[in-house]
Structures are given as C-alpha cells and as structure tokens.
Design a protein. Structure first.
Length: 351
C-alpha cells in the first residue's frame, strides 16, 4: 500500500518536514499564550480582590463605633492632649472618636446611627468628650449629660449614616468647621469647609502626621505580632497584649527635664498613662510599672537610628541589662533580656 503524503511527511522531503515543525511550533505558541493569559488574569483578579479587601471598608456607623472625620483638605479632626482641637494629619488615637448615644435617647449599643440623630463624640486620645463652648470653639472636656454643647448630629443625607459618607456635623450653635488653628461649631452655612468624610480609623485616606516625637507625648510600642507593651494596673507587671488604649499608652519624659524633640541615643522615662507608674527594667526579672517615681532601672535609651524619632519608626529600648524583648512566647511578662538589637527587640512607636 502506498502511504499518503501526510503519513510520510517526516520522511518524504525536508520541505514537508519543516512545514510540520512550523505547525507544531505555532500550536505550542498558542498554548503558551493561553496559559500566560490565564496566569495574568488570575494574578490581576487576586490583586483586585486583595485591593478590594483593603479599601472597601463600608457599612453603617453604629453606636459604640470608632470613626475618623476628614475635612476637605484631607486633614483630620484632632483632639490635642490639652483638650484643644484642630485639623491636622492623622495621629495615633488622637484623630479617633467613639460615637455614643446622647442622653435621653432610645438608641442602644450597636444600633445604626441615623442622619439627624442626637449623638455624643468621645475622643479616644484623651478620653474626654467633644464640647461646643458658648464662644463657638470646640474642645474635649469632661462629660456633662445635661450640657447641650455635648450634643451633635450628622447632616447631609437621609437614613442610616455609613462609613464613606460625606456629612455635616451640627452643633448647638451651627455647623462644625475644622482648620489648622482651631475647630468651631458656629457656622451658619454648610459648605465644603463644613463637610467631613467619615472613615474607619484603621483605613485612612488623608494626610498622616510626620512630626517628630516630643517630650511629653503619649506613645504606644507595638511588636511584629501586633501586640503592645502594656502596664497591668492590677499587679504592676508589664506584658505584650492586644491593643487596648486603657493600658498600652506611655508618656515619654526626660530624666533631665529636657524639652523639645526626642532623638535616638536619648535616655528617657516611660510613664504609664493608665497608672501613672514608671516603667522599670529590673535585672534578672520582668519589666514592671509599679512605682510612682522613677527607679534606677527606669532610664531607657532609645536606639535604632540617628536623628529625631518619628512616628512609625522601628526602634529598640536599651535598659542597661539588655534590650527589651518584643517577642515573649506564651504572652508572659516582658523582659530586658536581649543581648543584641534584632527583630526580637524591635517596637514600632506611634502617637
């Protein structure tokens, strides 16, 4: 039987053999392109899904929620340690506010906040309550349930207030305006300057503060496991714990009563904001915060870089007996037992 040309192509002539190789090569190229397109599409889809997870913080604002309020200039409503208020780049905790129900209202914890509903705003930074004074200025002060200056409401929409909404904040004398110098609550009109975007404190889109650390600032110290150096008010021991603004904040003080910025290489005191006790690194023992005055081992040297300490820096704490460990298996008492400054002795500082 005589074989057909296709059956004898590999052996018949060089031209036919080359033609078959070209066909197989083209098929292989098509397959590679299909696989590549699939991989790229999968990667893009995964990236889009991940980005969606990062940016799509939405849903209703509820009584008890913490929010941040961004103005038209991408700055945030901030409460300062002395209770004054202004609009600046976001600072750790100082731009966060807890939404509470106003007195004599029927709103329960966790219920959605409605436009026009009377609410109270509690500053997470200094645990005080936003108050409109008779001169129009807003401050954060102790709470007085019968004071109309403590009562606010959101305007600019209908129904439930949601994360991402652009709102007006109505005070007893008018609408709130936030600028770098001050915050007032007596504007007659509600325009762009009186518009705020409600954001989640964990995902901010506006400006972040990049000011250097100053003596007297209140800071947190966070490790890689998202745990914070925390003073237990019950027994005076210092642990690494999940974020809790009641126990994880420290005032940075100078043993020499220095003023101004804190620099790497400076020796400082850390004073618990919760108990008023000083952090001490006891030789051979765990860290404590059980003394109202500084002890011998309360002097802590800040290491890790040069120049001024900035928000978000990774730094080390040298206690004389070693570096404070940021990695305590099992969540035990913190110790200054690290001989070398490494990832196990790093803290991210924020304020």
């Amino acid at each position: 039987m005589v074989k057909t040309t296709l059956e004898t192509a590999d052996y018949a002539t060089p031209a036919l053999a080359n033609e078959k190789k070209a066909v197989w090569g083209a098929l292989a190229m098509v397959c590679l392109l299909c696989v590549g397109t699939f991989l790229v599409a999968s990667t893009v889809t995964e990236h889009q899904d991940r980005m969606t997870e990062l940016v799509s913080v939405s849903g209703p604002v509820r009584i008890g929620d913490k929010i941040a309020l961004k103005n038209a200039y991408n700055n945030y409503l901030l409460t300062m340690p002395d209770g004054s208020m202004k609009a600046m780049g976001a600072e750790h905790h100082w731009n966060e506010y807890e939404v509470l129900a106003a007195p004599n209202t029927e709103a329960d914890e966790g219920s959605p906040v409605e436009y026009g509903q009377k609410i109270v705003l509690r500053s997470i930074g200094n645990k005080m309550y936003v108050t409109a004074k008779s001169n129009g200025l807003l401050t954060a002060r102790e709470y007085h349930g019968s004071h109309l200056g403590n009562v606010f409401s959101f305007g600019g929409g209908r129904g439930a207030v949601s994360i991402g909404d652009h709102v007006h904040i109505k005070a007893m004398m008018g609408y709130v305006t936030a600028v770098a110098a001050h915050v007032r609550g007596d504007s007659v009109d509600a325009n762009d300057l009186q518009t705020f975007k409600i954001e989640s404190p964990t995902q901010l889109s506006g400006y972040m503060a990049r000011t250097g650390l100053s003596y007297g600032d209140i800071v947190t110290l966070r490790n890689r496991a998202n745990e914070y150096l925390s003073a237990d008010p019950r027994n005076g021991w210092v642990y690494l714990r999940p974020e809790n603004s009641e126990i994880d904040r420290w005032a940075v003080l100078s043993p020499a009563d220095s003023q101004g910025k804190v620099r790497y290489g400076d020796v400082v005191y850390f004073k618990s904001y919760a108990t008023g006790n000083f952090l001490a690194c006891n030789l051979g023992h765990g860290l404590t915060a059980n003394r109202k005055g500084p002890a011998t081992f309360s002097e802590i040297k800040i290491v890790g870089s040069n120049g001024i300490v900035h928000r978000g820096d990774d730094l080390g704490l040298w206690c004389g007996s070693g570096y404070v460990s940021s990695d305590i298996p099992g969540g035990g008492v913190s110790k200054a037992n690290q001989v070398h400054w490494s990832a196990e002795a790093q803290f991210e500082i924020s304020w």
